[in-house]
Design a protein. Structure first.
Length: 511
């Protein structure tokens, strides 16, 4: 084997062994003691059997990638691409279900009711269950609620997650038969944990946790998993939009779907944020490449919707503004003129403002005020929970790399390095987009905005790393044996991800 893909395989494999050796073979803290650390998983006596059972779903995923490679050879039609992506979405869904069920007790689907029910780990369902108010009252009182200054989940988010749970609750009440049918799909681990939650609710005087409420939490989990696997579509389309080889885009998507942190942190909304994050990048790139006002407006709508759920999408907007600046500077031959850039940015900004003003007029909810209060509350977190900023600047990239899977991380760094080396003379779209995404991630890291929990809070950046992986793979395709190396990379990434998922618990559950 030769070439940089082979070097990435060896480098990623060796680093994976080091990381897994630390996780499994030492008691070194996974974080900074006294500030934030992740807990280790404790596999039970059924771990060997679960590992054996996971071989089939892993083989299905790897086999799907190998089959898609053949399907997309040459110049594939749109139909072939759609068929391949559908297969990968199915294989990814099977992988997520299987790898979580194979994990130690407490990290299987038994985590779903605990994470989504109790306010210490989430709070959105809890608040919607206990707040008996009309939708109009909810909107008009939302800013006052944020002024209470909660610095954890409730006070740092716009209303989107609360409304999502309210909507799922209403759907389960309106269609109880369908809710019951969906609940039947849940594994035994979910039902056993739900029984525990129901007993705790009864003893503490909380509202009953009946089957319909269990269906709400299971549906919320399925929504999160659906968002994760569907992220494959905008990731693939973005790589193709910049004219990357379909094979490179395909393998990048396959490697991304095995990122361990996605499974570790499901059912948290942070995992679901990967879809709007990459969809927004796709809209932005499409607007610039097609000189399209329609795509610019679409991007503004996606950003506005995403901002109903979290301020974490601000870096996505920053990356797109940086991309606009790079396009204005480098002036690709088929790129928009300066006037067209100004029109697209102005139209998108106007659409964003109009949506916000329209919501204010319709509901009385001033989003600008809410976003400011959310930002202030988030800043207050570090006042209550002090962190050592410079230490986290050291730890965060290491934690994030492990959360990606080391083969993926090595490829992403290789893709970013390729983009930065080529940027001075580059006028191609793939390099400009890669440079914008990589620069934004570096600036976010240096800003110190996340002092801890980067593996979870940076989940929405993982598809960007998938894009950079595609750039690295595109550089290595065509070298003799490159497809074999990609298959080996996928096997190493998948195996390392499974062992990482078994070894780290993403939640400090204290029901």
């Amino acid at each position: 084997m030769s070439g940089h893909l082979a070097r990435c395989l060896w480098g990623g494999g060796l680093l994976s062994l080091v990381a897994l050796g630390i996780i499994w073979g030492t008691s070194l803290p996974l974080g900074i003691p006294g500030e934030w650390t992740w807990e280790r998983g404790f596999p039970g006596p059924d771990a060997p059997w679960n590992a054996i059972l996971l071989v089939l779903p892993a083989a299905f995923l790897v086999g799907t990638l190998a089959g898609g490679d053949r399907l997309l050879a040459g110049s594939p039609s749109a139909g072939r691409e759609a068929l391949a992506l559908t297969g990968l979405i199915l294989a990814g869904g099977v992988w997520f279900f299987a790898v979580q069920e194979s994990a130690p007790v407490g990290q299987r689907h038994d985590k779903v009711p605990f994470v989504l029910y109790y306010p210490n780990s989430s709070g959105y369902y809890f608040e919607m269950r206990r707040r008996d108010e009309s939708l109009d009252a909810f909107f008009r009182g939302y800013a006052d609620w944020m002024r209470e200054g909660d610095v954890l989940h409730v006070g740092t988010h716009p209303p989107g997650l609360f409304l999502l749970f309210r909507g799922i609750m209403a759907a389960c009440e309106t269609f109880p038969g369908a809710a019951g049918a969906v609940l039947e799909l849940a594994p035994e681990s979910f039902h056993e944990a739900s029984d525990v939650v129901a007993g705790n609710s009864l003893s503490s005087g909380m509202p009953s946790f009946d089957p319909r409420q269990r269906a709400v939490l299971w549906l919320a989990y399925l929504v999160a998993v659906g968002c994760v696997v569907l992220t494959i579509i905008p990731l693939y389309l973005t790589l193709r939009r910049v004219e990357l080889n379909p094979m490179a885009a395909w393998w990048a998507c396959g490697l991304w779907i095995t990122v361990p942190s996605l499974a570790i942190f499901l059912p948290k909304s942070d995992a679901a944020f990967t879809l709007p994050s990459m969809l927004l990048v796709y809209c932005g790139v499409s607007a610039l490449r097609r000189r399209s006002i329609a795509w610019s407006v679409a991007g503004a709508v996606v950003l506005w919707l995403a901002m109903q759920f979290s301020l974490a999408f601000l870096p996505v907007a920053a990356a797109l503004f940086l991309l606009v600046g790079l396009v204005a500077w480098k002036r690709p031959d088929d790129g928009p003129t300066l006037r067209e850039l100004l029109v697209m940015v102005g139209t998108g900004a106007a659409a964003f403002v109009l949506l916000s003003v329209g919501l204010w007029a319709a509901t009385g909810l001033n989003l600008a005020e809410v976003w400011w209060l959310n930002y202030r509350n988030h800043a207050g977190f570090y006042g209550e929970y002090p962190r050592t900023g410079w230490l986290w600047r050291v730890v965060n990239p290491i934690e994030f790399a492990i959360s990606l899977g080391l083969p993926c991380a090595v490829l992403a760094v290789s893709g970013a390095a390729t983009a930065f080396r080529g940027l001075p003379t580059a006028r191609d779209w793939s390099t400009l987009v890669a440079a914008a995404l990589a620069t934004t991630m570096v600036l976010l890291w240096l800003s110190g905005k996340n002092s801890g929990e980067a593996a979870r809070l940076w989940l929405l950046l993982t598809p960007w790393c998938g894009y950079l992986v595609g750039i690295a793979i595109g550089r290595g395709l065509g070298v003799s044996g490159s497809r074999g190396v990609l298959l080996a990379l996928t096997v190493v990434q998948t195996a390392g991800s499974a062992v990482t998922i078994w070894g780290i618990s993403g939640f400090h559950l204290k029901p």
